[in-house]
Write a protein that binds this ligand. Structure first.
Ligand code: WQD
Length: 341
């Protein structure tokens, strides 16, 4: 049975990817420092798949602990690297925290992979590397703009670190640039669990609908878009997780066409904030309390993907639509409210 290491595997996208990997017959080991997730996610994964993944609480910025982990766990066939801080706003307030964590985690990981002859990595990147795109939809050939936040900059630098390492070693890598992952597993046993006040739109919507937040602030309706609010390419986290299984399969079966491949992962559709709110009200039956306020610094007005390359090369296409994304988020919000009362 092929063994895959998932760093950040108790996090939102990581946990959904663990489920899909286990259901495809992979043995999974999770390492996570639990800075933005809880160990109970391991049990939730086991409840969904019937298989409890190995879990080790490790901080990848601790090079000794990381090396010791690889000493102990041999025969790892590939790594999917999710572990990173990802709050755009927080990264502006505390850039060093982001550079230290996101860069040293990757550097320590790559050092250990090299030492232990582990040559396959799938990296969790983001459409944030494109900044405000010159043209839409965005393809992988679009220019990488100066990052709008230290978070986005760490994603760009990590892509460069992997690119340069691939050139001078036997590392084979796939960079996956996510657009906006939302939604939750249909079991409602795993989902997005932001600690504190959510930065992202969907958890803020569901927390407002359930009464945890009093009102949703819509950051600006004076953008050059059909209804004035920002457009984003939302994709279901389960569709996204499935893409990771295809990507790691591709590397393990040596089907990749070059040592470094890059794929956009989105649906190709852009929805505005107001369209998302309207769709949420439709699928949940809840009237959402919101108000239009000032723009949020760093927001791009619109971005959505051209994921032709992933369709063609990976045979991957997002299957779940906005209704299913939002109804699964709502089901998850109701579940966590029942269990955390
Ligand atoms: C979406 C839209 C906001 C909250 C970020 C990262 C990206 C990825 C996803 C990690 C924007 C509006 C939001 C709110 C609002 N993260 N909004 N009120 O900023 O597109 O992307 O998260 O990989 O890398 O950059 O996502 O959900 O924060 O915002 O009006 O309370 O919703 O202005 O237009 P974003 P988001």
């Amino acid at each position: 049975m092929k063994k895959i290491l998932i760093t950040g595997g108790t996090g939102y996208i990581g946990s959904h990817t663990v489920v899909e990997l286990q259901q495809k017959g992979y043995e999974v080991i999770i390492i996570d420092n639990l800075s933005n997730s809880s160990e109970s996610v391991v049990d939730s994964i086991a409840q969904i798949t019937g298989i409890k993944p190995t879990f080790k609480k490790i901080d990848l910025t601790d090079s000794k602990a990381t090396a010791a982990f690889f000493e102990k766990y041999k025969q790892i066939d590939g790594v999917i690297h999710f572990a990173a801080f990802k709050a755009v706003g927080e990264s502006v307030e505390n850039p060093l925290k982001y550079y230290h964590n996101n860069l040293f985690s990757l550097i320590n990981l790559l050092d250990c992979m090299k030492k232990n002859q582990i040559n396959n990595i799938v990296f969790s990147s983001s459409c944030t590397v494109y900044g405000e795109p010159d043209s839409l939809p965005v393809t992988e050939k679009a220019s990488i703009k100066k990052a709008l936040s230290p978070y986005g900059n760490t994603k760009q630098i990590c892509e460069e670190i992997i690119t340069d390492t691939t050139k001078t070693s036997s590392l084979q890598s796939i960079l996956l640039r996510y657009f906006n992952p939302i939604g939750a597993h249909s079991s409602a046993l795993i989902g997005e669990l932001p600690l504190g006040i959510p930065n992202n739109l969907i958890p803020y919507i569901t927390q407002t609908a359930i009464g945890k937040r009093s009102i949703l602030n819509v950051y600006g309706n004076d953008y050059p878009t059909p209804d004035g609010t920002c457009l984003r390419d939302y994709l279901h986290v389960v569709d996204l997780a499935k893409a990771h299984v295809i990507a790691i399969d591709r590397l393990l079966e040596n089907k990749n066409k070059s040592a470094l491949e890059v794929f956009n992962l989105g649906t190709g559709n852009g929805f505005s904030v107001l369209e998302v709110i309207k769709t949420f009200e439709k699928v949940s039956g809840v009237k959402l309390n919101y108000k239009i306020v000032e723009r949020r610094a760093g927001d791009v007005s619109q971005i959505f993907s051209d994921c032709e390359l992933a369709n063609k090369e990976l045979g991957w296409k997002a299957k779940l639509g906005l209704d299913e994304m939002l109804s699964s988020s709502w089901k998850w919000e109701n579940y966590i409210n029942k269990t955390t009362k």
